[in-house]
Design a protein around this ligand. Structure first.
Ligand SMILES: [Zn+2]
Length: 320
């Protein structure tokens, strides 16, 4: 069976694993990233990829999912606010170190590819993945192909504005982006926004910096009034964004991943009827909303799948 190395490059760690052509992960190697300078990250990548290659023997290639706007043809990181990089030659540098093809793409797009190939997107032609974590990552598959955009920017669903007048400030600088309103961080902000109506809320006994989206979600599931008010505003904003995605691409399925999605039915029961109400011109019920299956593995599996396929699309193979 063919294998490739799948690499997940995050802001705090880097991990490389051997991934088989049926999407199974073997032999994971991980390093913490204390220094985000390009050279330091390359050194960490060298270590984990080298270890994974030793386990694997022959591989079809190395696929890397990285945050930022990435030229998936050359593997250059054009812009990554997480790392503070502009035009960083990530793919080119790694190609001088390893004797197999190296492919680099945006991490959320890699996760979409993984979930489409081996998770809830399997056998669908039109599919969207949304990862609700610190931010919202996403990707769109249309007519069986991952959408890349004119300049690798397609799928930045987190930065379409849903509350430009009264929303929270987004990390990108705009007001009321989908990511600012409906990510795990958005849920925390909703809890603070309604706090003055719940002066005796047990959630406010938790130090401000320790109030996590998980705590709020659990309190909402236990019936706490403050948490439920935050949850209601959060699911309303999530529903608005989902209805917009349906209007743009009418996918067969939208999969929700990331920490908040562990609420599963508690979230879906709130969101599905509201999305139906907000879906006007697209036939209702033609897009299923489900919980993603691959969890945190999606990015690594997708990155390796990109390497096994020789690039993100059939026309994008540019390696060696
Ligand atoms: Zn934004």
């Amino acid at each position: 069976m063919q294998t490739a190395i799948g690499v997940d490059l995050g802001g705090s760690h880097v991990s490389a694993a051997v991934v088989t052509e049926d999407g199974a992960i073997r032999n994971q190697h991980e390093e913490d990233l204390d220094d985000l300078k390009f050279e330091a990250v390359i050194a960490a990548l060298d270590t984990v990829i080298g270890a994974a290659l030793k386990d694997a023997g022959n591989v079809a290639g190395i696929g890397i999912g990285s945050p930022g706007n990435i030229d998936a043809a050359s593997g250059a990181v054009l812009f990554s606010p997480n790392f503070g990089w502009t035009n960083a030659p990530l793919g080119e540098t790694l190609r001088t170190r390893f004797s197999v093809p190296v492919y680099v793409a945006n991490d959320a797009r890699c996760a979409t590819l993984g979930e489409h190939a081996f998770g809830t997107g399997r056998l669908t032609k039109d599919f969207v993945l949304l990862t609700l974590g610190t931010g919202i990552g996403g990707g769109i598959v249309a007519a069986g192909e991952l959408l890349l955009g004119n300049r690798w920017g397609a799928g930045e669903i987190g930065h379409h504005q849903i509350r430009p007048r009264d929303g929270f400030v987004c990390g990108c600088g705009k007001i009321g982006c989908f990511e600012a309103q409906a990510s795990g961080t958005g849920l925390i902000r909703h809890a603070f926004a309604v706090a003055s109506s719940f002066p005796r809320s047990p959630l406010l006994d938790v130090p401000r910096e320790k109030l996590s989206s998980k705590k709020i979600r659990r309190a909402a599931q236990a019936g706490d009034g403050h948490a439920l008010a935050a949850w209601k505003n959060f699911t309303e904003d999530l529903s608005i964004g989902l209805a917009n995605i349906i209007a743009f691409t009418n996918p067969e399925r939208i999969a929700l991943g990331g920490g908040v999605s562990t609420a599963a039915d508690f979230m879906l029961d709130a969101v599905r009827p509201r999305v139906d109400e907000l879906t006007t011109m697209v036939p209702r019920g033609t897009t299923q909303i489900v919980i993603a299956a691959l969890g945190n593995d999606a990015g690594q599996v997708g990155a390796a799948t990109m390497a096994l396929r020789g690039g993100l699309t059939t026309g994008s193979a540019l390696a060696v």
